[in-house]
Design a protein around this ligand. Structure first.
Ligand SMILES: Nc1ncnc2c1ncn2[C@@H]1O[C@H](COP(=O)(O)OP(=O)(O)OP(=O)(O)O)[C@@H](O)[C@H]1O
Length: 232
């Protein structure tokens, strides 16, 4: 299974995007500065927007889903249970996964932003998708929910998962790293080898790499272990 992009491009007023590379099975992290084009690429990968040029090959990918940064979720029904059923999921399983047992009859509009996002992500993560793109999945969630998403993503290893995130403190184990720079997609490579070639790592990763050459990955466990080695 793979998704290959060959000179895929799109142009807007002052912005242009160019992307080539192959996303194989596993968990990918796509990073980059604000406005560099990460969300646009996520929308192209899930065919929400059409590129102007280039070729995309979806090999073995029959189902895909995109969790957008904006809007974070669409409400299509009235109650929590109805919304879960619209995803064709088991309400009890979703409510338990989202930590919202007993809230099935609640009006969706009475849920907090974080609760709505938990429902949306639980419906998504309990499905089986060949391609799953999550744009800023940790935004607006507390620490407990961020760890919960990571543990679910760690279990979903059969397909291609692409995480677009600025929040690198609660990530699952990441296999492959990509960076978007002013609309150009760069493949950094497999982790951990690629960590040293990351041009613009977040400050925490830069600090850990400087003080702990043994940083072995980007999962929150890897970060904690590296921090403990430095402290020890
Ligand atoms: N619907 C749109 N119409 C016109 N321009 C857009 C649209 N969406 C995004 N842009 C522009 O395209 C460029 C890339 O935006 P995009 O949202 O893909 O970046 P990003 O890396 O995801 O940023 P962020 O980290 O802030 O989410 C930006 O210059 C943005 O202003």
């Amino acid at each position: 299974m793979h998704l290959t992009l060959e000179k895929v491009s799109i142009r807007r007023d002052n912005f242009s995007l160019l992307a080539s590379g192959t996303f194989y099975q596993g968990v990918h992290l796509l990073t980059g500065k604000v406005g560099s084009g990460k969300s646009t690429l996520g929308e192209i990968l899930c065919r929400v927007i059409e590129p102007a040029d280039g070729r995309m090959t979806y090999d073995g990918i029959r189902t895909s889903v995109l969790s957008m940064q904006f809007p974070e979720y669409h409400i299509t029904t009235t109650t929590v249970v109805e919304e879960i059923l619209s995803w064709k999921r088991d309400p009890d399983q979703v409510l338990e996964t989202a930590g919202l047992q007993g809230r099935g009859c609640d009006d969706l509009l009475t849920l907090s932003r974080g609760e709505l996002k938990r429902i949306h992500l639980a419906c998504m993560l309990l499905g089986k998708y060949d391609l799953m793109v999550l744009d800023e999945p940790f935004a607006g969630l507390d620490e407990e929910a961020r760890y919960w998403i990571s543990s679910h993503l760690s279990q979903n290893r059969d397909g291609i998962t692409i995480i677009i995130s600025h929040d690198i403190t609660t990530l699952p184990s990441i296999n492959h790293l990509w960076e978007m720079q002013e609309g150009i997609l760069s493949e950094i490579g497999n982790i951990p080898g690629a960590l040293r070639h990351w041009k613009n790592p977040p400050p925490l990763i830069r600090f850990l790499l400087k003080n702990d050459p043994e940083l072995s990955g980007l999962s929150w466990q890897d970060l904690v272990e590296a921090a403990c080695r430095i402290r020890g």
